[in-house]
Design a protein around this ligand. Structure first.
Ligand code: 4AD
Ligand code: MG
Length: 462
């Protein structure tokens, strides 16, 4: 007999037939005549009700069926009289794969706090909330690949271990096989990395962009989608030490095309989730955030506001609002500033462009004014920055001058400069923080709750 996933159980063709289902017990209740088990197999937020007619089963048989136990059930699928479900299974046969001692299994009751669940991250996927979040996360990953695939982008895998630390996006995690208790030394007393695995210092990547540009200047349009590592000690609800980033990079695209691409892209992903994850989104809306669905629909139906950093700073300065961090031209905007623009002033997602060169990366295209660069950050309600990107400096001399100004070691950059030496083209790209998108779509408030195994300072269980 073929197992039926619970997500498929409402298929009308199955009604009246005998089905086999497998899953984990969420609850059991009833009396001495009839027992009801809510079974969940992870394929949907919806539990399937299994009805045990106690004239056909013994108490002894049902004793191991407690919350958390895993079962196989065979029975007839019938219309349900009870409310909350359209059909149920009248059990003919039951097999218990594994029990879950009620005194030890921590997920007995509903309504555990998200903080508590973070402490049992190994079991939290078995809750309704994390089941919903992880299914939405998976659907969004699929939507991302589909979006780029439909547009002819090549999926490029950039390295996770890198010897270039040129992005300057954040502190890096070093990768080494040297014995930390007995480091080889050079004559000057420094660590001798020539003895290390790669013969030089290596680290986990903070971004695949620079390698992505190598791909874009050959394949035309590429995207990356992979893990990214930043060792900043930022303990905020929006930062992870290990997060996933999507980085498209496109030849012959300017900043305006880049903004269009970014806006189409996030709207596509959000619409995909609204269409394909309705049950999960509605569950999360009910539990955590009543405005979730209307917020998601609002974002997909409205144009993002586009304005320059300079205009944005003027609005903030003239707002009369008291910010924790001072705002002035040249300041790196904080989340509170970004959210003021999005949530209070425009009440729409905002794309800020043309930031001061000093607060942005060396590779961004320099504007004529000599002090700003063609950067673009997409700012979202509740999230702040969800995307960061730019048009790239394609002029060899200007790029080299910037690299020298910032004292970026040339030995790290020769390969990157070659893209500007041989057949250079105008090009642009951006990075979307995957977890920030999942945060927005699920209505969760802490980034630790939208990745299965969060890595943050002092937190690296399993
Ligand atoms: O703005 P960032 O640092 O940009 C880059 O890395 C560029 N190389 C992207 C590009 O142009 N190809 O990071 C991009 C996005 C941010 O907007 C944010 O959404 C996310 O990555 N992000 C993080 N997400 C979670 N935890 C962190 N520590 C993050 N740092 C950045
Ligand atoms: Mg950024």
């Amino acid at each position: 007999m073929e197992r039926t996933m619970i997500s498929r159980i409402s298929d009308p063709a199955l009604l009246g037939t005998t089905v086999e289902v497998k899953g984990w017990v969420r609850t059991r209740r009833g009396n001495k005549h009839v027992q009801f088990v809510a079974l969940n197999d992870g394929s949907t937020i919806k539990n399937l009700q299994i009805v045990f007619d106690m004239t056909r089963f013994t108490d002894e048989q049902l004793k191991p069926i407690t919350t958390g136990a895993s079962l196989r059930v065979v029975g007839k699928l019938v219309e349900s009289m009870g409310k909350g479900q359209t059909c149920e299974v009248q059990a003919d046969e039951v097999e218990v794969y594994g029990t879950a001692d009620p005194l030890a299994y921590p997920l007995q009751k509903k309504g555990h706090s998200l903080e508590f669940l973070r402490e049992i991250a190994h079991l939290r996927p078995r809750t309704n909330t994390f089941g919903a979040v992880l299914r939405i996360r998976s659907a969004l990953a699929f939507a991302i690949h589909r979006f780029f695939n439909e547009r002819g982008f090549v999926y490029l895998n950039t390295p996770l271990i890198t010897s270039s630390d040129a992005e300057g996006a954040g502190a890096m995690f070093q990768v080494t096989t040297l014995d930390l208790n007995n480091l080889p030394r050079t004559d000057e007393g420094r660590t001798d990395y020539s003895a290390d695995f790669f013969g030089k210092q290596a680290a986990l990547t903070v971004s695949g962009q620079l390698e992505g540009e190598l791909g874009a200047t050959a394949l035309g349009a590429i995207y990356t989608f992979g893990p990214t590592f930043r060792a900043e000690n930022s303990n905020t609800p929006r930062h992870l030490a290990e997060f996933w980033m999507i980085e498209p990079e496109v030849a012959f695209l300017d900043i305006n095309g880049n903004m269009d691409l970014a806006e189409d892209f996030v709207k596509y992903c959000i619409s995909y989730a609204l269409q394909n994850c309705r049950d999960d989104i509605e569950f999360l809306a009910e539990m955590y955030d009543k405005e979730l669905v209307s917020r998601l629909e609002f974002v997909t139906h409205n144009d993002f506001v586009r304005l320059t950093y300079t205009e944005g700073v003027r609005i903030l300065e003239e707002s009369g609002h008291k910010f924790e961090f001072p705002v002035y031209w040249g300041a790196d905007l904080q989340s509170e500033h970004e959210r003021y623009l999005v949530e209070e002033h425009f009440k729409k997602p905002v794309i800020l462009t043309d930031y001061p060169a000093e607060i942005k990366a060396f590779y961004m295209k320099q504007n004529e004014d000599g002090r700003t660069v063609r950067a673009m950050d997409v700012l979202f309600p509740r999230i702040g920055e969800i995307i960061g990107g730019s048009e790239r400096e394609e002029n060899y001399d200007k790029l080299l001058r910037r690299i020298e100004e910032l004292h970026i070691p040339m030995k790290d950059m020769w390969w990157y400069l070659d893209t500007r030496r041989f057949g250079t083209v105008p090009h642009s790209g951006f990075g979307l923080g995957f977890e920030r998108l999942v945060l927005f779509v699920t209505g969760m408030t802490n980034i630790r709750d939208v990745i299965p195994f969060p890595r943050t300072p002092n937190n690296c269980e399993f």
